[in-house]
Design a protein around this ligand. Structure first.
Ligand SMILES: [Fe+2]
Ligand SMILES: [Fe+2]
Length: 411
């Protein structure tokens, strides 16, 4: 098969991206296109607005939705860059994706017929009309050209002489370059974010953005240091193999909300961001590993299967991600139950876990309202609701939770 690969930040994905891929397919040079959201961009580092999992799942939601509506075919989204350590340069992405075993497995997962998925494959790197002109300054361009033909968009009237740029790459680097006519609309993610006009963002992405309350004041992470922001992005990528989509996005949402609450209620936003983001990191590990990690952190304090992931999370964050801050680890450990003499940071993680924007398991409006002004009241309302649910299920309340309830004045 002739496979076109289209990398980018997709921060957010917009109709211009979709049009470009469609036109690339229509050019006849390729049989299918694979969109690869960048994890850590070589030029921009973490200047992306959102950590990679949000951008990957948002892009996937759009492609899945368009496919379901029958308006898109032969376009896939791939997480190939999640496995690359550090900066994901284009030649590295191509190295991963042009591995025959990797591509066969990926295409088979996408329900591509066995015979086609098995290859041999030919690769094209799809690029916008503005990027071909700078290609010779990319990192290891010869390596890129060894793996793929460049497939560059030519948009009439945008002032870029694509044919000239293509000739230059052919002459100077000896690579193969093809161009295709781009009829699609002209829009840019940066302009969308600057103007706050999301009308060119596909419906499924708009829904995704709304559910997780992305591209808001909260996700700007005001009050958070650059180092903590970088670590948050790293944590998101580190957790990707260990958590499914829903839980990973939940735990990242808790990170964002915790940082916001920390600014509001006088805790350390850096610590809140990291503790919140990591709080459920161990939740999908097998139960024996969770049990072992839990007892490592606090003996036999937690034995209930549903609670094990909290102390286990502290150990997994410490040994797996290298987080050594005791306050962060304790906040992870007690996020489900709380405890007596609970710290402000721990209260914040406890609360954010229950009310992050994607949560809808009960009417959370009164708690969310309280969380705007009164941390203790919000925690009290949360604890009361959980206590009622636990008791109605005939379950025993955990001793750490009993201590917190007492401190919050709940009998
Ligand atoms: Fe949890
Ligand atoms: Fe959680």
């Amino acid at each position: 098969m002739r496979i076109g690969i289209y990398g980018g930040s997709f921060d957010p994905i917009h109709n211009g991206h979709i049009a470009l891929v469609r036109d690339a397919l229509a050019s006849g040079f390729i049989d299918c296109a694979i969109i690869v959201p960048t994890v850590k961009n070589n030029f921009k580092q973490y200047s992306m607005t959102l950590p990679a999992p949000y951008r990957y799942y948002m892009t996937k939601a759009v492609i899945d939705d368009l496919k379901e509506k029958g308006s898109l075919d032969n376009i896939y989204v791939c997480d190939a860059e999640f496995g690359i350590k550090g900066i994901s340069y284009t030649f590295m992405t191509l190295e991963v994706m042009t591995d025959p075993d990797f591509m066969t497995e990926f295409l088979t997962d996408q329900d591509v017929k066995k015979k086609k998925a098995a290859g041999p494959h030919e690769y094209y790197w799809i690029m916008g009309s503005d990027t071909l002109g700078t290609f010779e300054t990319w990192f290891k361009p010869e390596e890129i050209l060894r793996h793929a033909t460049l497939l560059a968009a030519d948009r009439p009237g945008d002032g870029v002489d694509v044919e000239k740029a293509a000739d230059s790459v052919r002459e100077n680097l000896g690579g193969k370059v093809e161009t295709f006519r781009l009829n699609g609309i002209d829009c840019a993610s940066s302009a969308i974010l600057k103007n706050g006009d999301f009308s060119e963002v596909p419906e499924a992405a708009r829904e995704f953005i709304k559910t997780h309350e992305l591209y808001t004041e909260r996700t700007k992470l005001k009050g958070v240091s650059d180092a903590a922001r970088e670590r948050f992005f790293e944590a998101a990528v580190w957790m990707y193999p260990y958590l499914g989509e829903k839980r990973l996005l939940h735990t990242l949402n808790v990170g964002y909300l915790s940082a916001e609450l920390a600014v509001r209620f006088g805790a350390d936003p850096d610590k809140a961001l990291i503790a919140g983001a990591l709080h459920d990191c161990a939740k999908e590990l097998d139960i024996d590993s969770q049990r072992e990690m839990a007892s490592d952190y606090c003996g036999d304090l937690f034995t209930d299967k549903k609670l094990l992931h909290s102390p286990a999370g502290a150990v997994f964050a410490r040994d797996g991600f290298g987080e050594n801050d005791k306050q962060i680890l304790d906040a992870i450990c007690y996020h489900t139950t709380g405890r007596g003499n609970i710290s402000v940071l721990e209260k914040i993680i406890y609360l954010a876990d229950k009310i992050e924007p994607a949560r809808n398991y009960m009417d959370l409006a009164p708690i969310r309202k309280a969380a705007e002004t009164d941390l203790d009241e919000a925690c009290r309302l949360t604890a009361l609701a959980i206590k009622a649910k636990t008791e109605s299920n005939g379950k025993v309340i955990h001793p750490s939770n009993v201590d917190m309830l007492r401190d919050l004045g709940i009998k």
